[in-house]
Design a protein around this ligand. Structure first.
Ligand code: AMP
Length: 188
C-alpha cells in the first residue's frame, strides 16, 4: 500500500481521544511508509492528522474543492494540494489515488465518504480495503446498524464483512494488508 485515504471530521469532537487517535494513525502510516490522501483542510481531526503526518516527514496529498479553499481553510503545508471543481471531482480523485480507505471519527461528510466507497466496493467498482477506527466507541452504534441492515436482508453478510474495524491503527492496517474482497453479487 503506497497511499491511504482518510476521511475524518472537520471538527475535533468533544473528546481528546479523537485527536490522539489521528496522531497515532499518522505515526503508524509514517512508520510503514504509507502516504496520506485526504480532504486538504487545516481544521478539526483533518488538520490534526495532516499536521502529525507532516511533522514526522510523511507524504500528504490534500484534495480540496475551490469553494472550500476560498474559505481559507486549506492546509498551508502539504506535500501537494490539488484544487478541484466540485465535491464529486474531489471524491473521485481521492478514491483514485488511494489504495484503501479509513474513517476516523467525523460527522456527515465523513459518513457519506465512507459509505460511498463501501457502495462502490460492493458494486465491484474497486476492490480496495475500507475500514474504520472505532475510537472511544464512537462508531459502535453505526456498526450495530450495519448488522441490522444485514440481518434485514438489505446488505449481504459478505458485504457487511467488508467494513474492517479496529480500535487502533496498527490492527486496522494489518487487516488492510491481508484483505481479500468478497466475490459475490450485490443483490441479495
Ligand atoms: P465532517 O465529517 O462532516 O466534518 O466532514 C469531513 C469530511 O468531509 C472530510 O473527510 C472532508 O473530505 C469533507 N470536508 C468537510 N468539511 C471540509 C472542509 N471544511 N474542508 C475540507 N474538507 C471538508
Amino acid at each position: 500500500m503506497k497511499r491511504l485515504c482518510v476521511y475524518c471530521g472537520s471538527n475535533t469532537g468533544n473528546r481528546e481521544e479523537y485527536v490522539v487517535a489521528a496522531e497515532a494513525l499518522a505515526a503508524a502510516l509514517v512508520a510503514r511508509n504509507i502516504g496520506l490522501v485526504y480532504g486538504g483542510a487545516s481544521r478539526g481531526i483533518m488538520g490534526a492528522l495532516a499536521d502529525s503526518m507532516r511533522a514526522s516527514g510523511g507524504e500528504v496529498i490534500g484534495i480540496i474543492p475551490e469553494a472550500l479553499m476560498h474559505k481559507e481553510i486549506s492546509h498551508p503545508n502539504l506535500t501537494e494540494l490539488r484544487v478541484v471543481d466540485s465535491m464529486h471531482a474531489r471524491k473521485a480523485m481521492m478514491a483514485e489515488l488511494a489504495d484503501g480507505f479509513i474513517a476516523l471519527p467525523g460527522g456527515f461528510g465523513t459518513l457519506e465518504e465512507l459509505v460511498e466507497v463501501l457502495t462502490w466496493a460492493q458494486l465491484e467498482f474497486h476492490s480496495k480495503p475500507c475500514g474504520l477506527l472505532n475510537i472511544a466507541g464512537y462508531y459502535t452504534s453505526l456498526l450495530e446498524f450495519f448488522d441490522h441492515a444485514s440481518n434485514e436482508g438489505f446488505v449481504r453478510t459478505q458485504h457487511r464483512g467488508m467494513v474492517l474495524t479496529a480500535t487502533d491503527a496498527d490492527s486496522l492496517l494489518d487487516q488492510f494488508i491481508s484483505y481479500k474482497p468478497p466475490i459475490v453479487s450485490k443483490w441479495v
